[in-house]
Each structure stands twice: as structure tokens, then as C-alpha cells.
Design a protein around this ligand. Structure first.
Ligand SMILES: CC(C)(COP(=O)(O)OP(=O)(O)OC[C@H]1O[C@@H](n2cnc3c(N)ncnc32)[C@H](O)[C@@H]1OP(=O)(O)O)[C@@H](O)C(=O)NCCC(=O)NCCS
Length: 202
């Protein structure tokens, strides 16, 4: 698949990141993590995580059961989204990461979301992707003051990702959202554009 100019930006931004030893492990040897926009030819890869109950467990969407639904999601949600990228391992999409903007008086904030196919868990890939996304978004959206992430209290793996990526744990918000119809508490995390760990590309 052809890589567009966002890959160049990602590559430059990646050089600027301070990666921990664990994230370095994700890029050891022949492995390489990059971010790029999804397109319709990615649907088969996309099904690897969107058709997985382990992945959808803490997500607002239900597990996809048909390629057609996935195709529609990519066409109607992912492609028009203002910042929705595939997380690629050696060029192959293995997950996705997004930043959703807020509007009006909340436009200083964006909300981060990410998912990874379960066979790639535990290799530092999500942590590296979060650092890359955070670095990129504060450059691409200079009006953004705060990147926040809302994580289910029962999802310690995702909380750990944000801690490792330098986000601050701000507290627990009770019964904040409905997960598959059930009210759940969440942990609120944030990273500010002025936080020293945001070593972004200028
Ligand atoms: C959350 C998710 C993205 C993490 O991806 P990943 O690439 O495995 O994350 P990393 O390897 O970078 O880091 C995971 C960390 O969580 C830890 N972890 C994983 N499961 C854990 C658990 N049940 N309890 C405590 N820590 C856990 C790992 O040990 C690792 O920390 P370490 O490096 O200190 O050992 C992935 O599990 C996923 O896609 N889950 C389903 C979707 C989801 O929950 N998305 C987030 C919604 S907010």
C-alpha cells in the first residue's frame, strides 16, 4: 500500500519521541510501528480486531460480524473522521487510534481512543502508538491544549498504557458512561500540550 505524506510526518515525529525500553522492544529487530489513515483496502485487517470480542469488551461498539458492516464503518466513520489512523506493524494494520475533537468552548480538548488486535497485545505497541499520536496531534491541531482519555475502571491494561505514555491520572468519575447498557465508572487521564513529556516536532 502506498504511504501518503502523513507517514513522513509520523516518521519525523517518531524520531523526536523519547521511548522507554519496553517500547523499544516493539521496534526491535524487523518490527516497526507507524500510523497512517485507514482506507477501504484495509477491511480484512480491520476485521482482525473489530470482529474480536476481547477487543470490543470495553468499547462502545459491538463486535462486528460481517465484512460489509466493517466496510461501512471504514467508509462512513473512519475515513471521514478528523483524526483516525491505522496502527501498522511493519506496514500491516494491527489496530487503530483516533482523536475526536470537541467543539465550541470545549475545543481546547480532544479525546483519545485506541484498539489493537489481541494477538499483538503485551508488546508495547499501543504505548508507542499513543505517544506517536499525542506528539502528532499537538502539532497538527495547535489549538489543542489537552488530550484526554476515558478508561473503564476494569480495564487496567489500557490505564497502564496511558501511564506509560506520560498521561496524568486525574481521578475516577462515577457512572460516567453506559457500557453495553450498563453504567460504568471511568478513570480520566490527560496530557497537556505544555507537559514536558510532550517532546513534539516543531
Ligand atoms: C488496551 C490495549 C490497547 C493495550 O495494548 P498493548 O499493545 O497490549 O499495550 P502495551 O503492551 O503497550 O502495554 C500494556 C500494559 O498493560 C499491562 N497490562 C495488561 N493487562 C493488564 C491487566 N489485566 N492488569 C494490569 N496490567 C495489565 C501490561 O503488562 C503492560 O504494562 P507493562 O509494560 O508495564 O508490563 C489492548 O489491550 C486493547 O486493544 N484492548 C481492547 C480495547 C481497549 O480496551 N481499548 C482501550 C479503550 S480505553
Amino acid at each position: 500500500m502506498e504511504c501518503d505524506s502523513s507517514c513522513d510526518l509520523t516518521a519525523k515525529l517518531e524520531e523526536k519521541l523519547n521511548l522507554s525500553q519496553k517500547e523499544d522492544a516493539a521496534t526491535d529487530g524487523d518490527s516497526d510501528i507507524t500510523l497512517r489513515p485507514l482506507d477501504l483496502t484495509d477491511v480484512d485487517d480491520f476485521m482482525e480486531w473489530f470482529a474480536d470480542d476481547n477487543v470490543s469488551k470495553f468499547c462502545s461498539w459491538d463486535t462486528f460480524t460481517s465484512k460489509e458492516d466493517a466496510m461501512n464503518y471504514v467508509a462512513d466513520i473512519a475515513i471521514p473522521h478528523p483524526w483516525f489512523q491505522a496502527i501498522c506493524l511493519n506496514g500491516k494494520p494491527v489496530g487503530s487510534i483516533s482523536v475526536s475533537p470537541f467543539h465550541g468552548t470545549d475545543r481546547c480538548r480532544g479525546e483519545l481512543g485506541y484498539v489493537l488486535a489481541s494477538k499483538y497485545w503485551g508488546k508495547g505497541i499501543a504505548t508507542k502508538a499513543v505517544k506517536m499520536a499525542a506528539t502528532a496531534i499537538f502539532v497538527e491541531w495547535p489549538h489543542l491544549e489537552r488530550l484526554e482519555a476515558v478508561v473503564d475502571v476494569d480495564n487496567p491494561g489500557s490505564q497502564r498504557v496511558l501511564e506509560k505514555a506520560g498521561f496524568r491520572k486525574e481521578g475516577v468519575l462515577r457512572k460516567y458512561y453506559l457500557l453495553k447498557g450498563k453504567p460504568k465508572d471511568i478513570v480520566m487521564f490527560s496530557l497537556l500540550s505544555t507537559d514536558p513529556q510532550v517532546n513534539y516536532f516543531m
